[in-house]
Structure formats: structure tokens, C-alpha cells
Ligand binder design. Structure first.
Ligand code: ADP
Ligand code: MG
Length: 264
């Protein structure tokens, strides 16, 4: 059975794209067949996986609007994952989709035709709770929420959780909220731990383990468009590998997800 995981948070800069690229690469390195979907008009995922959005002719945009077959838009990457890329055209998809009945189901319908080719499909949602994120949440089996541990600015979490509940009530009753992925974590400060404890307490959410530490390497990797797992030994990649292993053990063998006990 294919697992579809949406990575969503309407706040930008919380490491959604980094998380999708890194978990995708880590799962591919485990010999799993992985598809990642860029749902952000900025095309950061597309870029970070070595493709220039400006040179892409068929993207998720045409697929969502039913103008192209999904197989014609898929590209391979050096990280071993297959990518459904995004271009800036996607910025117009919100408005175009809004006028269509069943607009939340466009991605789910497209993925259904290729899902059997993949063990895992990861959806990189844009920093908004608009039609594109609703498409991601509607197509997903599970959703994980990256949260940066640096600030207490988590007011958006409640709104995101309400959106997840509405999706569960209306377009995707099977959607499961996996929990929070702590990102940009600094183990040296108690502040990071306080933030996690606060979030998990307030919203009654599992916090997935391990937290992803802040590493300089990530900023470099996405800026150069080089392979996300290029700095294979850095602490961030290591943490993503461990998290990916936890996720796969959970999906494949039904093991309980490793969570941060210490914070609850
Ligand atoms: P989002 O998709 O939520 O907007 P990104 O994945 O694009 O977030 O990450 C935002 C910025 O933070 C990027 O410049 C990225 O390179 C950087 N970043 C992400 N994770 C880490 C990390 N663990 N350590 C250092 N920088 C990171
Ligand atoms: Mg992003």
C-alpha cells in the first residue's frame, strides 16, 4: 500500500520543503520508491532537487488543471526520488481551480493513476491554507506539521489544526494527523525544549522523534540546488534519516511512532 504524507504549515520558513526533500532522499536511499510533489508556486522543492523551475515545461500546474497527464510531468532527480515539479504558473492555479467543482480532489485524482508505482508519496504544501494545501490534505493519508523550535510564534497552529479537522469532515475522512516535526532545533538551549513542550501540551499533539537540529549545511544545499543529502554526515541529514526510518517502520511494520516523551 502506498503511503501519502502531506507536510503542511501555512507559516513559511519552518522547513517543510527541506523536510520533504530530506525524508524523500532518505527513503530512496533505503531502496524505496518515492514520489515527491511540489505544491508551492515558488518551486523551492523543484529547485532544491536540482531542477530549474524556469526550464520546466510540464508541471503540477497542468496536471491539476487536467491539461497534462501526470506521467508527462514527472522528472527524476539525483537523490533517487521522482519529482512532480512546480513552476510559478502554479500561482494562477488557485484562482483557476476555485471556479471548478471538486477542486480539492484534483491532486488525489492525478496521483491515483501512478500511486501503485511508489511506496511513499510526499507532498510539499505551500505556505498558505488555500486550494493547493487543501488538495494536499485531501490527497494524503497522513499529515505532519514541521514547527520551528526557535520562536513561540505558533499562533497559526490552531488554525492549521482546524483546517485539518474540516478536511477530515468534508473531503478526506481518513486523514490522520501524525504530529509535529520539530525543526531548527537547538539542543543546547532549554528554550527549544520549552517551545516543544508548550506546543505538544496546548494542542495535544505527538512530537515526532528525533528533532531536526539547525545545521548550516541545509542553507547551503538549497541555495546551490545541489543534492539535499550531499552533506551526508551533517547532524541534520542524520536526524532526517532517523526520522525516515521511524516513519517507515511505522508504515511498513506497524510499529508505534517514536515520539519525544520528555516533552509531555
Ligand atoms: P518552508 O518550506 O517551510 O518555507 P524551507 O524548507 O524552505 O521552509 O526552509 C527555510 C530555510 O531554512 C531554508 O533556507 C532552509 O535551507 C533552512 N533550513 C531548513 N532546515 C534547516 C536546518 N535543519 N538547519 C539550518 N537551516 C535549515
Ligand atoms: Mg517550502
Amino acid at each position: 500500500m502506498t503511503k501519502v504524507l502531506a507536510v503542511a504549515n501555512q507559516k513559511g520558513g519552518v522547513a517543510k520543503t527541506t523536510t520533504v526533500a530530506s525524508i524523500g532522499a532518505a527513503l530512496a536511499a533505503m531502496d524505496l520508491s518515492v514520489l515527491v510533489v511540489d505544491l508551492d508556486p515558488q518551486g523551492s522543492l523543484t529547485f532544491s532537487l536540482g531542477h530549474d523551475p524556469d526550464l520546466i515545461t510540464t508541471s503540477v500546474h497542468e496536471v491539476l488543471l487536467g491539461e497534462s497527464d501526470i506521467v508527462d510531468a514527472l522528472v527524476s532527480t539525483e537523490d533517487g526520488v521522482t519529482l512532480l515539479p512546480a513552476t510559478i504558473d502554479l500561482a494562477g492555479a488557485e484562482a483557476l481551480l476555485l471556479m471548478r467543482p471538486g477542486r480539492e480532489y484534483a491532486l488525489k485524482r492525478a496521483l491515483a493513476t501512478v500511486a501503485q508505482d511508489y511506496d511513499v508519496i510526499l507532498l510539499d504544501c505551500p505556505p498558505s491554507l488555500g486550494v493547493l494545501t487543501l488538495n494536499g490534505l485531501t490527497a494524503a493519508d497522513e499529515v505532519a506539521v514541521p514547527l520551528q523550535c526557535e520562536t513561540l510564534a505558533h499562533r497559526g497552529v490552531g488554525q492549521l489544526l482546524r483546517t485539518v479537522t474540516e478536511v477530515q469532515q468534508i473531503t478526506n475522512p481518513g486523514l490522520r494527523l501524525l504530529g509535529v516535526i520539530p525543526t531548527l532545533y537547538d539542543a543546547r538551549t532549554t528554550h527549544s525544549r520549552d517551545v516543544l513542550a508548550d506546543v505538544s501540551d496546548r494542542y495535544d499533539l505527538p512530537v515526532l522523534s528525533p528533532p531536526i537540529p539547525r545545521t548550516v549545511r541545509f542553507a547551503e544545499a538549497s541555495a546551490s540546488g545541489a543534492s539535499v543529502m550531499a552533506g551526508r554526515k551533517n547532524k541534520g541529514s542524520q536526524a532526517y534519516r532517523e526520522l525516515s526510518d521511524n516513519l517507515w517502520q511505522h508504515w511498513d511494520a506497524g510499529k508505534p511512532l517514536a515520539t519525544l516523551e520528555a516533552t509531555v
